[in-house]
Design a protein around this ligand. Sequence first.
Ligand SMILES: NC(=O)C1=CN([C@@H]2O[C@H](COP(=O)(O)OP(=O)(O)OC[C@H]3O[C@@H](n4cnc5c(N)ncnc54)[C@H](O)[C@@H]3O)[C@@H](O)[C@H]2O)C=CC1
Ligand SMILES: CC(=O)C(=O)O
Ligand SMILES: [Mg+2]
Length: 369
Amino acid sequence: MIVGLPKEIKTDEYRVAMIPSGAEELTRAGHTVLVQEGAGVGSGIADTEYAEVGATIVPTAADVFAKADLVVKVKEPLEPEWALLRSGQMLFTYMHFAADEKLTKNTLATGCTALAYETLRGRAGDLPLLTPMSEVAGRMSIQQGAKYLERPQEGRGILLGGVPGVPPAHILILGGGVVGKNAARIAAGFQADVVIADVNMERLRYLDDIMPPNVNTVFSDRHNIREELKLADLVIGAVLIPGARAPRLVTREDLKLMKPGAVMIDVAIDQGGCMETSHATTHSHPTYKVDGIVHYCVANMPGAVGRTSTYALCNVTFPYVLDLANLGLMGACAKAPGLVEAVNMHAGKVTNRAVAETFGLPYTVFQAK
Ligand SMILES: NC(=O)C1=CN([C@@H]2O[C@H](COP(=O)(O)OP(=O)(O)OC[C@H]3O[C@@H](n4cnc5c(N)ncnc54)[C@H](O)[C@@H]3O)[C@@H](O)[C@H]2O)C=CC1
Ligand SMILES: CC(=O)C(=O)O
Ligand SMILES: [Mg+2]
């Protein structure tokens, strides 16, 4: 099979979807690997490192897409890439279709098989290809929150951990999954006062067991969220309903409850965001203010720490890339049934129920045989 690795084109995206050890394994298994010139540079990987293990370096994305049976990427295909995708081709990347109707319809029109990292299921029902980036984004959310709470960044001028005689920041984390847990751990280390809200009681019990005393839990309902917003210096949006648009938990009206200069980091922005006033931003221009509240809504947070994130991502994606190359789509799905969940589109049909329902498109069951 021909496996293609284009350079990412999203603003401030420094990750790449395959590291040289992956290219080495694929070529050893008899596959051809096409790497776009400069694809790894943002993560500190030179073209020569791919070439040395047998990959072919090609000058443009068009060269990669034209020949590859399987294109491996990090972020969703952007407009210049839509024209390069074709029927019968597999695209394996983060898609986040429910957040973007134009992306959904244009990708569907290409007829490609769209395999989304974020909906692939592990044997335990987990989302193993989302997990490492959620670990990165969760940890990073507190780092960014600390920065934007500083007064020169238009925040409230609050130090997360406080100092003797002055209380620490109060942090509300909406969603206690992978992002939420990682955010809470880092925030706890800063000695902030942390509350995690979730609707899953089993998850809240688990978090209550493992977290230090400065992390508490609360059931996520309208009343509790509004009470917490009054206290919060920093809010982290970390909810997820896999495949679907994020539920809106904070309305514009709710912002009036908050302290001026409080910061909201909406990590769930890649699925459309869990605050009504959120819209996607970039690392170059990460924040904006609505009603005195600082909003940070970068949809590719891990892209800024490309070196860490690339290795963390490729550790988990590569086994599936190798299976897709060795066994083809149907063979790889037979080997790992959770891969079927990743198939969001196939042959011009939407094969993910949540994506279809979000945009009122017909839903077709993907037949993995
Ligand atoms: N902006 C970025 O760069 C990145 C964004 N993300 C996104 O962060 C979001 C969270 O991801 P994960 O933590 O991995 O998901 P997860 O599935 O591990 O956790 C989500 C949690 O949200 C909870 N939840 C659902 N509805 C809720 C509600 N109404 N109130 C409170 N909690 C609710 C679930 O019970 C679950 O515990 C996803 O949208 C993911 O794509 C992840 C990595 C990077
Ligand atoms: C998950 C996601 O959106 C990212 O890593 O960029
Ligand atoms: Mg407390």
